[in-house]
Ligand binder design. Sequence first.
Ligand code: SF4
Length: 329
Amino acid sequence: MTNYQFKVDEIIDKIRDMGAEIVGLQFPEGLKVHATQLSDEIEAKTGVTVLISGDPCWGACDLSDREMEGLVDLLVHFGHTPLPIEYKVPTLFIEASYHLESMEILNESLMLLEGKEKIGLVTTTQHLHLLDDAASFLEENGKQVVMKEGSGTLKGQVLGCNFSSVQDLPVDAFLYLGSGNFHPLGIKLSTQKPVIIADPYLNQARNIDEVADRILRIRFARIIRAKEAQKFGILISSKVGQSRWELAKSLKKMIYKGGKEAYLILLDEINPPSLMPFMDLDAFIVTACPRIAIDDSEMYEKPLLTPHELEIVLGIREWEDYKMDEIKY
Ligand code: SF4
């Protein structure tokens, strides 16, 4: 028994409507443990053959549609909402909402929101269905709740690289409903406003400030080190949802204008082993997933920077004007 809503009935209806015979299933890392059980259930109920994607997947930016093209009639992608990009095979997105036993944690977060009147309520795909109840709770406790849709995201939804639903919101603070620091950190770096996390899994309400300060100190150190660099690698993703080719080309020009050298490098997966052959380069700029440079930085020997951080290195942007890198869909 799982707390995730995998909507098997909706999947079966879609398979029957389409007359699909082979169906691909793709899961983000945290949900992959459910793959074989769901495969069994779908095959037993419909008679289709299921093909499970075993590659890593972190977002809807990284669909296995190209790998599965010609192999499957339908791809079912769990855990994310669609991005406004063209997918190569018919795809059904299943949000995999998480059923929470209790929202008691909202009570505790009220203390950390003291003195803040206008609250931006925000979450990720798995908890979008909880936002209306959370908003009512806050309003019953004297808060004014503000939410909006983003570009490529639903009302109150953020992705790790897309904070358009929280930018320019006239609020005193944000309340993030969910687990982990990944998304709240992005909200903080993108908006500079107070962010409180209501984490129902740890049953803990906390502030993201300490984490954000530590990450900014690391970013500052990486930027200082990259100022010494002469040769840069500009990393471009071959994943359609992460590919920013035009940006990469403009960065190469920018680096040459600054009197340094730059090389464009195309990769599917960016990880320390994939950069090993390029040890003659002094620093790397990531135009793929913006979170690789920010969250995985400690895994790399050479500095990994976002495009905005490169601007600081080259003296085009001030550190005081630090900006979160985002992918605009
Ligand atoms: S680019 Fe990165 S942060 Fe954005 S959706 Fe993909 S994996 Fe998530």
